[in-house]
Design a protein. Structure first.
Lengths: 112, 465
């Protein structure tokens, strides 16, 4: 089992959801986060004072999949998130040791 | 010493200034926060700044030339309608504005004003100012801000001033044309701007939206409002502000003003409830919605605007039901057909102001009641001034007059809006570039509606507190 985490532009979340669903994985978690990378922040001006805002709003996607689905889901996320401009984000994969479905107590592959 | 000239009535002057202030509040902050609350979070600042700048621009235009174009001496441009199409542009910056107000073309046809020209000019200004702010709702979310700054003065000059002169300044549609046909034995009736303001705003906004082009697809698909309580504040200011809008238009603090205020609120309450009922029984989800109720409220206010002091209170309730029902159908059904589906009228101004203003105007022709007295006669040789429609006045021809006046406004304002934008489009981009539209307020103004201090690294100008 792997955890796929993606940091992407917020407006791509709808397309990512569709793409992941079509890849055969029916469920993911998304959260609003702020961060910075190569994409520059911006300035804001209030009452004549200029402020530097170095964090950019991003969406974080977390989805746990079995090993067979890793490549197809990563490809699906990248396909939906890429605009070709700086700030498209990153995707990484980590190993998950165990997993429990809260309602039933099913474990690991059965809980996916 | 005497604070008042003989012709001035302090009660009338006070009411007219209060009414004008109430109407001004409808624009700022009324429309500004209503629209800012309904648009996406990323467009709230842009929307508010367009509203505040529009208000300011119109006042400058108004005192320099607009007021006299709407309410001054006629410019003789040719035969027929051209003879009384627009007033001569003149400024009112001199001290003569302390004198008694007069609309030259109406002198003798109504009682003499009991306040000064500066009162009349300011009262009429707030109407001129709110009109572009209304159609702001059609173009918000993509119009180039600099184009707005140029478009508003031009539109106010070539569309609004002419609308006002034609209907209110004693121009072509303010006159009877019995010589042309017995059907035209009366002028068009527009109590407070169902045509001059709302039909004009609906048509101009729709044409402007079509010429400027749509918002980003992404914004259209995610056009959720950002602050409903703020929209509630704006909507409430609009409703009660309308007491000045319709209550001020008789120009005297008399019984007709009182009836106009009562009718305005009655029609609005009925229209709001009508919309809620339609939502409950006929909307896709069968749920009453707050923003639906606000639409119904606005439709009621707009629908009664041309009629407020011409109809009895039963008529006001009828307008509320009919206007709200028809605009509900227009909003929910007509909007899914061409060309309404194709043109991106952001907040649907063509329905809530255009269609509603037209329906209200036509219904004046049906419901104007000759027992509603606008100005009293003397019981002998001078008759009461009243208006007659089909139902209570047995004067169905008024409906035709109303229709023809509406068509004049629709055609002229659509043409002027189209022409101004096409000409401006030769020199500048009417629509902001996509990369600016993606950012919204930060891209255009370097401000956002709800800044987050935890994301700010520091001040760039290095000033220490």
């Amino acid at each position: 089992m792997k955890l796929i985490t993606a940091i992407v532009k917020p407006f791509t979340v709808g397309d990512i959801r569709t793409a992941v669903d079509e890849a055969g994985v029916h469920g993911l978690t998304f959260s609003e986060v702020q961060g910075y990378g190569r994409q520059k922040g911006h300035t804001e001006v209030y009452r004549g004072a200029e402020y530097q805002v170095d964090f950019v709003p991003k969406a974080r996607i977390d989805v746990v999949v079995d090993d067979d689905h890793v490549d197809v889901v990563v490809a699906a996320i990248i396909g939906a998130a890429r605009t070709g401009k700086i700030g498209d984000g990153k995707v990484w994969v980590t190993t998950v040791e165990s997993l429990v479905r809260v309602r039933t107590g099913e474990r690991d592959a059965e809980a996916l | 010493m005497n604070p008042y000239p003989d012709w001035l009535n302090p009660g009338d002057n006070a009411w007219q200034l209060v009414a004008a202030t109430l109407v001004g509040l409808m624009s700022i902050p009324g429309i500004a926060v209503l629209y800012a609350g309904i648009v996406q979070k990323k467009w709230a600042v842009n929307t508010m700044l367009m509203a505040f700048t529009g208000f300011s621009l119109v006042l400058v235009v108004w005192v320099l030339w607009g007021f006299k174009m709407g309410f001054g001496e006629p410019m003789k441009l040719g035969p027929g309608i051209l003879q009384s199409f627009v007033g001569k542009p003149r400024s009112i910056l001199g001290t003569a504005n302390q004198g008694q107000a007069v609309i030259p073309m109406l002198d003798g046809a109504m009682p003499k004003f009991r306040f000064s020209e500066s009162t009349l000019a300011y009262f009429q200004f707030v109407f001129a100012a709110i009109t572009p702010l209304l159609f702001l709702g059609s173009v918000v979310g993509r119009m180039n801000f600099k184009v707005w700054l140029i478009f508003v003065p031009l539109w106010s000059t070539f569309a609004y001033s002419i609308n006002a002169f034609l209907v209110w300044g004693g121009g072509f549609w303010g006159q009877a044309h019995a010589g042309a046909s017995s059907l035209f034995s009366t002028g068009a009736l527009d109590y407070s701007g169902g045509y001059v303001i709302h039909l004009a705003a609906g048509v101009s906004g729709f044409v402007a939206a079509a010429v400027i082009g749509p918002r980003l697809n992404r914004d259209r698909e995610r056009a959720v409002p950002n602050n409903l309580p703020m929209a509630a504040v704006g909507a409430g200011i609009l409703w009660l502000g309308w007491n000045g809008f319709n209550g001020g238009d008789p120009y005297f603090a008399g019984t007709n003003a009182s009836l106009a205020v009562l009718n305005t609120n009655l029609c609005t309450a009925v229209a709001l409830l009508t919309w809620v009922i339609w939502d409950i029984f006929a909307s896709r989800e069968r749920k009453p919605t707050f923003l639906g109720a606000v639409n119904g409220m606005i439709v009621g206010l707009v629908g009664i605007t041309p009629a407020a002091g011409f109809v009895n209170s039963f008529g006001a309730m009828i307008i509320g039901v009919v206007a709200s029902s028809l605009v509900w159908m227009s909003w929910n059904w007509l909007s899914r057909t061409k060309p309404f589906k194709k043109v991106d009228d952001t907040l649907g101004v063509v329905h809530t102001h255009g269609v509603a203003g037209l329906i209200g105007g036509l219904m004046v022709g049906v419901l104007a009641d000759p027992n509603v007295i606008i100005y009293l006669g003397n019981g002998k040789d001078v008759n009461d001034v009243t208006a007659s429609g089909w139902l209570w006045g047995h004067h169905p021809a008024q409906i035709l007059v109303q229709l023809c006046a509406a068509l004049t406004i629709i055609v002229w304002d659509a043409f002027v809006t189209f022409a101004i934008l096409k000409i401006l489009g030769l020199f500048m981009k009417l629509r902001a570039p996509d990369e600016v539209l993606e950012q919204g307020d930060i891209g255009v103004h370097l401000e956002e509606a709800y800044p987050d201090e935890t994301l700010v690294t520091g001040r760039l100008d290095g000033v220490k507190a």
